[in-house]
Design a protein around this ligand. Sequence first.
Ligand code: GDP
Ligand code: IMO
Ligand code: MG
Length: 428
Amino acid sequence: MPALVLLGAQWGDEGKGKATDLLGGSVDYVVRYQGGNNAGHTVVVGDQKYALHLLPSGILSPGCTPVIGNGVVVDPAVLLSELSGLNQRGVDTSKLLLSGNAHLITPYHTTVDKVTERFLGKRKIGTTGRGIGPTYADKINRVGIRVQDLFDESILTQKVEAALDFKNQVLAKLYNRRAIATEQVVEELLGYADQLRGYVADTTLVLNDAIDAGKVVLFEGGQGTLLDVDHGTYPFVTSSNPTAGGACTGAGVGPTKINRVIGILKAYTTRVGAGPFPTELFDEDGEALRTIGGERGVTTGRDRRCGWFDAVIARYATRVNGLTDFFLTKLDVLTGWEQIPVCVAYEIDGERVTELPYSQTDFHHAKPVYEMLPGWSEDITKAKTFADLPKNAQRYVKALEEMSGAPISAIGVGPGRTETIEINSFLS
Ligand code: GDP
Ligand code: IMO
Ligand code: MG
């Protein structure tokens, strides 16, 4: 089973970090293929808690080679500080491989991200302010700066100049901000070159060779399916492709090489930032999910919006990703509810709809149609097998599986590495 993709099936924060870390010990390479330090992945190992933003969660497993693929956008200052933070905690990061084709987030991208949001006012996306959108925009506009540019001062200067030519006009004339000097940016970026040089590799070649040699390669998505720029709730999305196809373009590995695609699915739903969210709760149930689930952003510290499980979204994730399995997380958070509503369809302008609406207008009008499932009150955090779960928790999982269109192969019952029920091995 050499190549697997692990990705978010909802709006991010499903517990991808924990799931990746769990598999890390049996995997040779863990690869980030899109996004950047907008991600926030919490991993709990024993009594240690790690918050990772840019590095693949596999970095915590000795023996596993972490890779940042060409599709990722890299803030070099964040990368270096994350590496040194882990080194101080005794984690060996020397195996990291960084694609020379990955694009760099520079200070002007972060500035543009923040001023654009401010300019949008109440129409803002609620971005993480990490410069993600502007960096991908420059990549597509062919005025981006890549990791490999750090090693050629003349090319770097020309490219920064080209990128700033237009941006400075916008910053000064539209946003009333001071123009950014090319030399200042070039000097800062050159300061990272020597520190990053040792990590840079032709990651596409390394990964294809690894797969051909029968090594196990895990592609770890950031964000989630509904935040995908093509398949998500556009324009309330991130600027990359977290969906399964993104692993191919973002790592340079063909779709025929990928054997399994695992969707990480929270037992309820959360979202950070603006945009439609049919099952969102504004009552004490929503508050209880937020408190019990600890639903506060790892990257921005913002409260996450919370709601009941949405099977329409889960089915959609199965379709657009070709999911082979689900990893259901945070089932323990639902302990204590007498009845748990699950959204099985939407009502849109008086009509019942069971597939994700194709038009944005319809999705904004979608009202959840709930089915009530019986809850449980027993503590499930010590459960090791499916049979250890109370009957109603088993029923809940089985119902979700039936509605979502792929087998649930693992269940999270707590944040720790060991607080997981494994039903089918992901690596067989
Ligand atoms: P990611 O962005 O998908 O990696 O998810 P985050 O780390 O942003 O958010 C998930 C949170 O849930 C983290 O605080 C995890 O430690 C925690 N978590 C993951 N799985 C479980 C689980 O099964 N039960 C509980 N209670 N917490 C979990
Ligand atoms: P992980 O990997 C949840 C959201 C932001 C905003 C939108 C666009 O931890 O699941 P961006 O800064 O990417 O341009 O913001 O996407 N967003 C996330 N929401 N989890 C994430 O990552 C996210 N990364 C971005 O809140 O709504
Ligand atoms: Mg997160």
